[in-house]
Design a protein around this ligand. Structure first.
Ligand SMILES: [Zn+2]
Length: 288
């Protein structure tokens, strides 16, 4: 790149444990985001609907990313800090609440491990520098979006839109020559899926995907540039088809259930953000 980037100079024996712990802690925070953001959205929509219908406002308990402190979803007892340590807390309690013994979803340790794996991968490929912090933010936001979309079929604007703006800021700060391609990537990413959506709706009368998918591809276009949009769509369709076939074979009861597109877009985004330059070179080789 030839661009001056602040690099963290640490011996590997210190750097990697630090990166792993950072990834686990960020993963732990993602679990809070994944569990609470959909609830916060629903509460907001209910409040708006009641206001529009001129009904009395409900006295729902305050709920945001910071309050209340982590609690068991079954009994509501607060979780002690030493049971809340990423992965270790889950293993220590064998995946059960310390108070009531209810099973706690394996989503928690899985997201923590995935957060650590993505953080390590970014630093291993792109180096311990400021640009990598941005890339870690992007990869982990994609992780949260993938799990939220999988669980609730929502891709919250409060996450897809900041991801888009952060992508443009990343280009402006670290690769200003890419800014042009990033702006076109954001616009084209939105328009491509928006056009698919309306075409599909006109032909079949059904809605194949949602507006959140358009915004997510727009965000990926900002991070990766318009040249990578065909590759992103190919990758997500490819991964989607493989997972779809696997589900058909392994879990026939899920046959015909709506499958969100967001997780596949997120996976394609990880591959492109992590494997970047060599992947593009290979892909361009295929075209020529
Ligand atoms: Zn409990």
């Amino acid at each position: 790149m030839g661009h001056e980037i602040a690099t963290l100079d640490l011996p590997p024996a210190l750097l990697w444990p630090l990166v792993v712990v950072l990834g686990l802690c960020l993963g732990s925070f993602l679990n809070v985001v994944i569990t609470r953001v959909p609830v916060m959205l629903m509460q907001g929509w209910r409040a708006e609907a009641r206001e529009a219908l001129e009904l009395e406002t409900e006295d729902t308990p305050r709920f945001n990313l910071l309050t209340p402190a982590s609690q068991c979803p079954a009994c509501g007892n607060p979780i002690a800090w030493h049971d809340n340590v990423p992965v270790i807390g889950y293993l220590k309690r064998r995946g059960r609440c310390a108070q009531c013994g209810t099973r706690i979803s394996p989503q928690y340790p899985l997201v923590e491990v995935a957060g650590a794996a993505l953080t390590v991968a970014v630093v291993a490929i792109h180096g311990p520098n400021l640009a990598s912090l941005f890339l870690i933010g992007a990869c982990l936001t994609l992780l949260a979006l993938a799990v939220i979309d999988f669980r609730t079929q929502l891709l919250p604007d409060m996450m897809t839109l900041p991801l888009l703006w952060a992508g443009l800021l990343y280009q402006l700060l670290f690769q200003p020559l890419m800014l042009h391609s990033a702006v076109i990537g954001a616009m084209a990413g939105y328009l491509v899926l928006w056009s698919f959506y309306w075409l599909f709706k006109l032909v079949t009368g059904k809605e194949g995907m949602g507006y959140g998918d358009f915004k997510l591809l727009a965000a990926l276009g900002a991070w990766l540039g318009w040249q990578q949009l065909p590759l992103l769509l190919l990758l997500s369709a490819g991964v989607g088809a493989l997972v779809g076939i696997a589900i058909q074979l392994a879990l026939p009861r899920l046959r015909g259930a709506p499958m969100p597109f967001g997780p596949y877009l997120a996976m394609a985004g990880w591959i492109a953000l992590l494997a970047g330059a060599p992947l593009i070179a290979w892909y361009q080789g295929l075209l020529i």
